[in-house]
Ligand binder design. Sequence first.
Ligand SMILES: [Zn+2]
Length: 348
Amino acid sequence: MLTYSYRVKDGNVANKLNQLARATNFVWNYCNETSFNAIKQRGKFLSKYDFRPLTKGASKELPINSQTIQAISDEYVTRRKQFKKIKLKWRGRKSLGWIPFNGQTIKIVNDVVIYDGIKIRFWKHRELLGNIKTGSFCQDSRGRWYVNFQCEVIDKRPHGERKIGIDLGLKDKAICSDGIKYDRENLTKKYEVRLAKYQRAHKKKQVKNLHAKIKNKRKDFSHKVSNEICSTSEIVIVGDISASKLAKTRMAKSVLDAGWSQLTTMLHYKAIRHGMVVKKVSEKWSTQTCSYCGVIPESAPKGISALGVRNWKCSECEAIHDRDINAARNIFNFGAGRCAPTGSLSLQ
Ligand SMILES: [Zn+2]
């Protein structure tokens, strides 16, 4: 399943969408209350099918069609199971607008989606592939509307032959065992001053916009890198770095900026599309171990004080290492056992 997201040209339809979103909230809250009561009074968890007769006829009273009402109650049941809660959050005025739909109930003609007779234009920056199963209109914190389509895609994409380990780092964002480094500027640092300025001046809108911009840039980078890695590799081993653990230390800002978990998540789902393998392994000892002879030598960079060490020489076998590439090679070795990684090791 793939999700495509497009910005809606909401000038003319925003009012209509807002109205639909209010009706959606109404149905959602009804499902929430009904489900909660059923659990409390009868110990019964309502299924998707239990909701059908309960919501029947509601479309006559509300400005949304019965298929959408069904999509809402279906989504409610899925989410309640997913979060394992007996009651979910109430959707009110402050909730961001959301209208789910079933793939069969909409039609797409060029850059227009026809929903319940309403023509909604959107910026079609890329082609849709596959069958639309479900989708939704949703609003971001700036009040802009987007349309999402969840598609079932059958197309397989090719992969390359690289067999690599990846060390996720702060300086270069992703370092591969074959020496290729994917880097991007530190966005938090770049916009720090401007952000602080807006915050001091209480310019709420600008603060929101800047946050959105940083988020988009980070996501863009993760997409680009994961696409490239997945299309050029056969086996990828990623170090399982606990970002949440590191985020508590003084390096927090740059750790969060690196967006590691986003990149790993993308690698995992894109791997399926490309028919290649992505594996996670513990990255413990990957920095200290010599990837050439496999021991942890005296000369290895150890502890916080050695964070600045970029190059080192193994005191056992005299191999010279780039700190991050060595770590990436170890990660590969930990995960893949005996297969040889791409990029030959050389004694310098
Ligand atoms: Zn060595």
